[in-house]
Write a protein that binds this ligand. Structure first.
Ligand code: NAP
Ligand code: GDD
Length: 369
């Protein structure tokens, strides 16, 4: 039997780390792309390094030659193209870089496969996004809903979606998109709204932060658990025919609801008052020091020039054709998992901080040399 060899771009990201674990457990040989950075930040995959079937290689989505050489060397049977400048707000500040990685990068991967004559043996998964629906034209959104991208990130991802479809039709390649709605986890980047909230709730409960500043609290999202979603990436590539799938839970909540629940799990009950920039979340129950304090405020800094405010996915096709269960982790469980993780992390960081402070003091006093 031929060996399954996966190449993952974006292996150091939230999804890349869960997908690596998933594929290794299935017996795949997993290869991941990393890029050089002045700080060696590979926290999410540190536990996988050293495993015999897990290999890392330097390459970059903006460097075609590195991709061509790597695809030739690894000879993958499946490529999961997850690498992206994935922060929507940042894409307004760095639109050209975002286009280079998120749009042209997809083309580079496809051409690397063709250059190495692997188009008949290598299946390709493209990380497409619910951001393609943007200024939504239909609620909820399914595979037939028209796209209306509403940020430089989404416009770049639209190119990625269409170039994948084009190569499928032009060259008969097995390449498809998962149109994934927001998925979160305890490994989520700290500037995405969910993780920003769960970390802040944990820090505020521990007395390490005074207030959480957010942008649009009315924004609605269909939030799922990243660990559940990576299974779909694999299922999409195992499907008989190359097709695109919406992956979502089918349940929608606002940023305000997420905040309210996260603080509850951290032992703080909030009451929201006021509107727009003047809205606040005040502590009405919890520890004595916090009661009556304003713990959540709105800041214009987190408003976007154009914001996507009504994402709600319809996972009917994925359920029927992939046999995937969109509700395996509920919204409540997702928030609880993230808050529980961050409360433990804050506690551990606090202890480590105290140790560092004590050590600094000892060093200063000459007790430890
Ligand atoms: P993430 O945590 O931000 O990870 C992005 C990954 O891309 C990181 O490994 C990053 O490497 C890598 N990367 C960025 N620029 C690169 C470059 N020039 N060359 C090589 N690698 C590069 O994102 P995620 O949440 O795991 O999402 C994975 C993919 O799914 C992305 O394409 C995202 O746009 C898409 N998506 C995500 C969601 C979601 O809700 N999470 C929903 C729909 C679609 P470094 O670690 O070196 O920065
Ligand atoms: N990041 C952030 N920070 N977002 C905030 C804040 C804040 O302080 N306050 C409110 N929001 C709102 C944003 O305006 C947006 O409407 C919503 O919360 C979600 O923002 P993010 O968590 O940054 O995620 P996103 O939906 O823009 O993008 C994520 O999901 C996409 C799939 O729909 C990313 O993972 C993208 O890569 C992915 O494609």
């Amino acid at each position: 039997m031929n060996k399954n060899i996966a190449l993952i771009t974006g292996v150091t990201g939230q999804d890349g780390s869960y997908l690596s674990e998933f594929l290794l457990a299935k017996g795949y040989e997993v290869h991941g792309i990393i890029r050089r950075s002045s700080v060696d930040y590979r926290e999410r995959i540190a536990h996988l390094e050293g495993q015999p079937n897990f290999h890392l290689h330097y390459a970059d989505m903006t460097d075609s030659m590195s991709l061509v050489k790597l695809v030739g060397k690894v000879q993958p049977t499946e490529i999961y193209n997850l690498a992206a400048q994935s922060h929507v707000q940042v894409s307004f500040d760095a639109p050209e870089f975002t286009a280079d990685v998120d749009a042209t990068g997809v083309l580079r991967v496809l051409e690397a496969v063709r250059t190495n004559h692997l188009e008949k043996t290598c299946r390709i998964y493209q990380a497409s996004t619910s951001e393609l629906y943007g200024k939504v034209e239909e609620v909820p959104q399914n595979e037939k809903t028209p796209f209306h991208p509403y940020s430089p990130y989404a416009v770049a991802k639209l190119y990625g979606f269409w170039i994948i479809k084009e190569y499928r039709e032009a060259y008969d390649m097995f390449c498809c998109s998962g149109i994934l709605f927001n998925h979160e986890s305890e490994r989520r980047g700290e500037t995405f709204v969910t993780r920003k909230i769960t970390l802040a709730a944990a820090r505020i409960a521990a007395g390490l932060q005074d207030c959480l500043y957010l942008g649009n609290l009315d924004s609605l999202r269909d939030w799922g658990y990243a660990k559940d979603y990576v299974e779909c990436m694999w299922l999409i590539l195992q499907h008989e025919t190359p097709e695109d799938f919406v992956i979502a839970t089918g349940v929608q909540h606002s940023v305000r609801e997420f905040t309210d629940l996260a603080f509850r799990y951290a032992g703080i009950k909030l009451e929201f008052k006021g509107e727009g920039l003047h809205e606040t979340g005040v502590c009405v129950d919890g520890s004595a020091e916090l009661i009556g304090k304003t713990l959540v405020r709105v800041s214009e800094d987190f408003y976007r020039p154009t914001d996507v405010v009504n994402l709600w996915g319809d996972p009917t096709k994925a359920k029927a054709e992939l046999g995937w269960n969109p509700q395996s982790t509920s919204f409540e469980d997702l928030v609880r998992i993230m808050v529980t993780h961050d409360m433990a992390k804050v506690k551990a960081d606090k202890v480590a901080g105290e140790v560092r402070t004590n050590l600094a003091e000892y060093l200063e006093k000459g007790i430890v040399k």
